[in-house]
Design a protein around this ligand. Sequence first.
Ligand code: ADP
Ligand code: MG
Length: 319
Amino acid sequence: MPSEFDLIARFFTRPTPDAVLGVGDDAALLAVSPGMELAVSTDMLVSGQHFFPDVDPYLLGHKTLAVNLSDLAAMGATPRWALLSLALPAAETGWLEVFSRGLFDMAARFEVSLVGGDTTRGPLNMSVTLLGEVPAGQALRRSAARDGDDIWVSGDLGGAALGLRYLLGEADLADAGEIEACLTRLHAPEPRVALGRALLGVAHATIDISDGLLADLGHILACSKAGAAIEFACLPAHPAVAARLPHALMQRCLLAGGDDYELCFTAAAERAHVVLATAAAASVHVTRIGRITAEPGLRLLAANGALMQVQETGFDHFS
Ligand code: ADP
Ligand code: MG
């Protein structure tokens, strides 16, 4: 039976040239670049709550880092260092081998160094703390939306939620292609780090959509003390969701599905061409979905301009 220290040495210790000191001491040592602020975020994934216990450990390693990268993307920060706290029911080396490969492949792609963590026995769960850098005073905050801003969303929405409904037996999908597409959105989200960084100086308020569009846009509105008018027909639904609209479950996936890990951001309306050029340079598709209003509240408008009833708010662990 490998010891805790064997596991750390074997699966979680890799060279960390970007840290003054990485794994192995009581604390890591990091040098923050001049003129930069640290952006720090943590996100926990709990077995049975955020993932199925039998999910492919490679994808779990990917997602564990991806959900944190998405938070830093939403601040416009460049991710640099990660800490991993891991509770494991048993020291299954085969599982750890694949999980750590998924995590380190993602870390390599986004140039993140794993500099420390904690390893303990317990019900399977993993928590990453991610540290990144952002030019001082320039981070993209939820509170920065202004009256008249356009509201934009990256990529498409609802695919991950539809994939989850499919796994739960609550929705059908047409073929292997659709299943693959939705499950990839669910298990292997692609954090919009390049877009977030490129939006510095372009976007006003920004958030990543993890709990569903309406809930997360709602956070921007609350923090910015503003309202919004959203055009339902403009929303970029995932193709498998779009094919089934206006089915109520599909509307729910689109508006309140969760696990999208796209960015929702606002920008001055006269800078729409800059937004489009910035997104194109980051190789991400963005869609204008509505406008920030001085009048509070979130209004969802049908194609004919009629107000749609919004019942869906999004995912909340305690409601
Ligand atoms: P301490 O007892 O001082 O908290 P630990 O025994 O928990 O130290 O950890 C030893 C070293 O291994 C520390 O540098 C810690 O940051 C690192 N570490 C522990 N678990 C992990 C992990 N899952 N991933 C990366 N580093 C880890
Ligand atoms: Mg410790």
